[in-house]
Ligand binder design. Structure first.
Ligand code: PLP
Length: 413
């Protein structure tokens, strides 16, 4: 049911940083309509965890911060007095111009991204970047190096075969993708145009804790950071290109963020489709065609929220604490639960584990769901259990899961 509230009440709901909008919300003729669910206290930054009744451990699309969803809810029908939803307005109008520019500048602040880099908001998911990277960074007959630590970097490698001459310089396949190589064993090709890796393998739960350096000084470091983007600090200046689908840590599906060094975007292959051409996208400030406006808007709210939470360092500390509690529970279960990943490279985002008695896994997942901990099933390619504990998963969600795991074990001696 909708409630009519005067626009003056709505403007009280706007946070101070939003009141600097370059357009007015004071149309004398307009009433703003909003939902009854809006709390009279404007978007409290600490909405109690579990307010929606579940802890959502999905790998992506994944749980978003409650405060972001509530703010989006309040602005859904009438964005800041414009009389339009973000979904209804021109991507070339002043309101959306503000949204996309603020999202970019907040992301730049969060990750200390210098002006040497473009920040692009693109479409097609991270999967499209598997093709865009070689199309923009090398010619069809030029070599590129790929470190394959799991399903996603393997997919990136396979797609790149259509657009360059890639080479797998290390693969963790024979060890079921449970490791990250030490960098001195990677046999890099000195002529490779770039070195590609996946910062966090969402399915296998292995995460780079440090980054390799391309052997060739003119080679470029490229990372798929889809599932650990904005979960910890990263020195962007060490990279030529970072890309990330938004739907794990920073927003809904539909937008992919590409951070690319300015000097790398002007030499795409002639066959590059316009939508995949970084120069065209950069020259048009990600607005060559209609962008995924609503998804970009939500990312902007998430970036604002991360800054409000104290920035990336604070986020990293919280993530390390959550992951530590969960891995301790697994390792302290006397083998009842097993995480196959080598300890030093365990992901702080996606925690895959199995039960020694595999016949209990189905019951575990079903009972957890009854206890309102949902989407814990491992990826269909590997099975088992996977708890994705991205930025927006509250500590209480992990504590709940650990308490359930202990109880489940006690009931299955
Ligand atoms: C690390 C990683 N890379 C790439 C992808 C593919 O992303 P998209 O579905 O946005 O194409 C995913 C999806 O889960 C992923 O986790």
């Amino acid at each position: 049911m909708a409630t009519i509230v005067p626009s003056s009440s709505l403007s009280r709901l706007l946070s101070p940083s939003l009141s600097s909008l370059p357009f007015s919300s004071r149309s004398p003729h307009r009433l703003s309509v909003t939902c009854t669910a809006i709390s009279p206290s404007p978007f409290p930054s600490t909405v109690a965890a579990g307010d929606r009744g579940v802890y959502n451990f999905a790998a992506g699309p994944a749980t978003l911060p409650e405060s972001v969803l509530l703010k989006a809810q309040s602005e859904l029908y009438n964005y800041r007095g414009s009389g339009m939803s973000i979904m209804e307005m021109s991507h070339r109008g002043k309101e959306f111009d503000f949204v996309i520019k603020k999202a970019e500048s907040d992301l730049r602040r969060l990750l200390s991204i210098s002006d040497d880099f473009y920040v692009l908001f693109l479409q097609g998911g991270a999967t499209t970047q598997f093709a865009a990277v070689p199309l923009n960074l090398c010619k069809i007959d030029e070599p590129a190096d790929y470190i394959v630590t799991g399903s996603w970097s393997d997919k990136a490698f396979k797609e790149s075969q259509k657009f360059c001459k890639p080479n797998v310089v290390w693969s963790g396949k024979s060890e079921k993708y449970t490791k990250i190589p030490s960098f001195d064993v990677i046999k890099q090709n000195p002529d490779a145009k770039y070195l590609h890796f996946c910062g966090n393998e969402t399915i296998h739960g292995v995460e780079f804790k440090d980054y390799p350096v391309p052997k060739n000084k003119t080679s470029i470091l490229v990372a798929d950071m889809s599932s650990n983007f904005c979960s910890k600090p990263v020195d962007v200046s060490k990279f030529g290109l970072i890309y990330a689908g938004a739907q794990k840590n920073v927003g809904p599906s539909g937008v992919t963020i590409v951070i690319v060094r300015r000097d790398l975007v002007s030499d795409s292959q002639p066959i590059t489709p316009v939508m995949l051409d970084y120069k065209i996208q950069a020259d048009n400030a990600s607005l060559y065609n209609t962008p995924p406006c609503y998804a970009i808007y939500i990312c902007g709210l998430v970036f604002e929220d991360l800054l409000d939470q104290g920035g990336i360092k604070a986020v990293e500390e919280r993530n390390a604490k959550k992951a530590g509690i969960l891995y301790d529970a697994i390792d302290g279960s006397a083998g009842f639960y097993i995480c196959p990943v080598e300890k030093s490279v365990r992901s702080h985002m996606n925690v895959p584990f199995t039960l020694a008695r595999s016949e209990l896994e189905k019951t575990f997942i079903e009972e957890a769901a009854k206890e309102r901990m949902v989407q814990l099933k491992g990826h269909r390619s590997v099975g088992g259990v996977r708890a994705s504990i991205y930025n927006a998963m509250p500590l209480a969600g992990v504590e709940n899961l650990v308490a359930f795991m202990k109880d489940f074990q006690a009931r299955h001696p």
